[in-house]
Design a protein around this ligand. Sequence first.
Ligand code: SAH
Ligand code: SF4
Length: 339
Amino acid sequence: MSILSLNQENLKEFLKINNLPSFHLKQINEWVFKKNVLNFEQMSNLSFSLKEKLNTNLKISTLKLVKVECAKNNETKKYLFELEDKKLIETVLIIAPNRTTICVSSQVGCTVGCKFCASGKNGFFRNLKTYEIIEQILFVANDLKKYPSHIVFMGMGEPLLNYDNLIESIKILSNENFLNISQRRITVSTVGIVPQIKKLKNENLKINLCLSLHASNDEIRNKIIPFSKHFPLNDILNALKDYFETTKRDIAFEYILLEKINDSLIDAQNLYNLIKNFQCSLNLIPYNPIDDGDFIKPSSKRVEIFKKYLIDKKLNVTQRYTKGDDISAACGQLVLKSI
Ligand code: SAH
Ligand code: SF4
């Protein structure tokens, strides 16, 4: 059982049942969260009997590292983990000059099944537990030898469909007694689950919310994200407006560019009209090809024309440059692979 599956009360109880003083709780927290030590043996100020009790009953990491791949550029590293029920998930570390980002998975597979995304291709198995989300960060940080500056929920799965565990993990990540990562450096990307966006605005979190928009009308959006027929664009955008009114946090839109599907100049004009009244940024993501994918990555010229139109309109536009596509660690390429 993961020690992270126990809350502070449960841990106190564990110490009590084992006739151990409660001050050990603080020490254990410090070792796990502050010093990022993932082995009870290395916790030098714990008594022998406590270490023994911990070792027999609990684990700090239930994730088993199956494979790790490094991209040629050395800026991206992909970890394949096996969970206790043998399911596989992936976590990605992205190293840039001024930031290190861990991209975490929130589900095993994904129910949404976007046509361009590898994560949804093999269906959905289950939500990740809070401790499985936190363990991804503890493990990768331990490998990196420091905590990352940023966390993005952009790995496998739709985070807002694992709502309670997402919120609980954000609270643990940002709690100053635990990982103390500022909520302003935590980003949640969603395909747009309206009821959960409405709920999220009242959580009093300072996180960044990204909407995977990908099309400026329901017709195209429903084709590439069939699930989106449950949530018309208008409802999503209204929910985001309310979200902004309550939280005062800018919205980020993500827009995957698929040749001849959503990347024409008219698409750029429609996109501009759709989001121009938002205090927002726009992240353009040229499609990363996936196995059996039906789409084409637009040429850099088409991307430039699309981008220039929006920049000229004074939108805050960035382009996501593909990192790690040689190890299938780029957006949408995370998939349950057999090894
Ligand atoms: N489920 C959430 C978060 C995970 S996906 C969401 O959809 O937002 C993270 C990002 O990767 C999303 O913006 C998604 O649209 C994008 N993505 C998925 N497949 C992709 C692909 N093949 N090429 C480029 N981006 C992709
Ligand atoms: Fe799920 Fe996001 Fe992939 Fe769509 S893009 S299938 S919502 S993980």
